[in-house]
Design a protein around this ligand. Structure first.
Ligand SMILES: [Zn+2]
Length: 193
């Protein structure tokens, strides 16, 4: 699967929408992406994880960890293909933790897995958690990289596809000026006209 084929898959599953959107940040964009809509299909997730696995240089990964909730599905499938454990980290009272009896040992080598990385806030919190446990980190990988870089902090960032949609402040949005109806994904409501 090349990048175009992957983007086509996003479009076919309606994970990737083109139009005029109000994002949760309040900014407007011509692109909206909801990774869960492509990962809802296990057969597609299997193919995406296989492409991601091909790009990974480390073959001694013993464990993958995805931050809940976005990283859970892709981490689980990637773990299945890498034949290693697949954990998830989750926040309790705002602090990222390994719960439910999940543990790591000093012999582990951990790959951090996320669906979409923009600033990578959640996945970097997991990296800090793993580092504090003195466990080696093989790197970070994601389905979609929106960060404009192949590094996240000091970690190598491996992604399936890069996407950098244009973002506009509402009062300087060219799509608003063209009178294109604004929609807010996640709700069915069409806002404005
Ligand atoms: Zn707009």
């Amino acid at each position: 699967m090349n990048s175009q084929k992957i983007l086509d898959t996003f479009t076919e599953t309606k994970a990737l929408l083109k139009g005029h959107f109000e994002l949760s940040s309040g900014r407007h964009s011509d692109t909206y992406f909801q990774c869960a809509l492509v990962l809802q299909y296990p057969d597609i997730t299997e193919k995406l994880a296989a492409e991601l696995a091909k790009k990974l240089k480390n073959d001694d990964i013993t464990c993958v960890i995805g931050p809940a909730l976005g990283g859970v599905t892709i981490a689980y499938e990637l773990g299945r293909q890498l034949k290693c454990r697949a954990l998830f980290a989750e926040r309790k009272e705002g602090v990222m933790q390994l719960r439910r009896g999940f543990s790591l040992s000093p012999e582990d080598k951990v790959l951090l897995v996320e669906d979409v990385i923009t600033t990578g806030g959640s996945v970097l919190e997991v990296a800090e958690l793993v580092k504090q446990m003195k466990v080696a980190i093989a790197g970070i990988c994601c389905v979609v990289n929106r960060s404009n870089s192949d590094m996240l902090s000091s970690y190598q960032l491996t992604s399936l596809v890069k996407m950098t949609p244009q973002l506009f402040e509402p009062d300087a949005c060219p799509l608003c000026k063209q009178g294109i109806p604004l929609s807010k994904p996640g709700s069915k409501k069409i806002i404005g006209k």
